[in-house]
Design a protein around this ligand. Sequence first.
Ligand code: GDP
Length: 482
Amino acid sequence: AEVVKYLMINMGVMATVTQSVDAETAVVVAEAFGKKVVRGALPDDDGVAAAGVANMGNAIDEDPEESLLPRPPVVTIMGHVDHGKTTLLDAIRSAKVASGEAGGITQSIGAYQVTTASGQEVTFIDTPGHAAFSEMRARGANATDVVVLVVAADDGVKEQTKECIATAKLASVPIVVAINKMDKPGADPARVLNELMNYQLLSTEFGGDVEVGKVSAKNKDGLDDLLDKILLQAEVLELKANPNRAAQGVVIEAGMKQGLGTVATTLIQRGTLKIGDIFVAGASWGKVRLLMNHTGARITEAGPSTPVQVVGFDGVPGAGDVFTVVDKEETARTITDSRRKLLRENQAAQMQGDLKGNVEAILSGMLEDGAKEKMELPIVLRADGPGSAEALASSLRELVSEDEYFKVTCKVLTAGVGEVTKSDIAIAGVSNAYVVCFNVAANHQAVEDARRGDIEIGYYNVVYDVLDQVQERLDRIRSPTP
Ligand code: GDP
């Protein structure tokens, strides 16, 4: 009853005791009740978890130490807009991906693998930015081993650079810095290194533990050195996986291709995927009909850290969906049936929640105070820790913009810890709220939902900025000057 009450009052979800909620919502509720959530297990309300799918998540079945073999690092490139993430990814791809295979190297499939001069492999996730990274993490798929933080040598640490640092730190993923645009006349790498120190990123040059490569993505300079630095960082992590087991991985991106149906780029995280394997990914399943590597060449199997294009899905999985090989078709069907049922229930619950929100909005609009018209700016707050969430929420509640006719204040609807999820956006949507992120990011799904629902998300690292800009918003509500 407490949970149902919390769902209704704090999250706008009209749920009953027998109903299921999505994972993000469940995590928020669990945390609100002081529980720590470990991701990984299957929804087993139909009792299907035990049979044949005990390998459903990292939390529940560990591979024995002696089965583990070294695997290549998986890298995600992050950085401020225009600092050269895409150019760097393309430069590495064109310089380093073995050509002469199927010739598809210019076509992005969401991930690729390079072989360095020393013969070692590195896998790159091809969607730059922290949104995709956070989305995967929110779904329990920690695909990235190393973050390469691109900082333009002529521009230095910027807003999104800070967000990326915060995101990587939140996920405990080590950062390798790539100081880019070294070819530009205004390049000042020393300044960049200095600025990074403010965020506890101390270069090895100065006795710290952060590897820094200086590159020009445009001229393809310094790429080998950067790859070496990535490998150095990876070495410390001692990355290993068991290749001799049923494959498990994560869907990086999926789409339809003429003649093939769904083609999903999947990053194998452990085990080896083979033609004929039966698998589940999100709410879809299938049997591997065809495997292609990142260049489009057909292959027969794919091991740990390999990005592979999988053909044979019965539907289209989502980016970030966990991909798992199961023992037989029946298991795959049972799991996907139960997941699809869950999805349908959640959509219905979401619609109910929306309705309730609308009614509340109408009601509150009718409760205007006679003397002075009172207005409220609803706020959905997300911060990096319970302390900062609470402190910010109470500071925001104190803000007021007032004149003889109007009084505008903040209404903090939720003050949560960790990245913004789609439930936050759902709440923001029905209440027309402003979403405040303090030292946290929003996951990919949330960003997408926000864009669709025209909901504003503000990212901040400094308390003063939050208060300043929210105050500005209150003033604008009170007196909307053009
Ligand atoms: P992203 O937004 O971080 O993906 O940045 P892009 O890769 O799109 O690059 C932004 C701009 O910077 C483009 O005009 C690139 O041509 C340019 N750029 C990227 N890397 C370099 C570089 O090493 N040197 C110079 N001079 N320009 C670069």
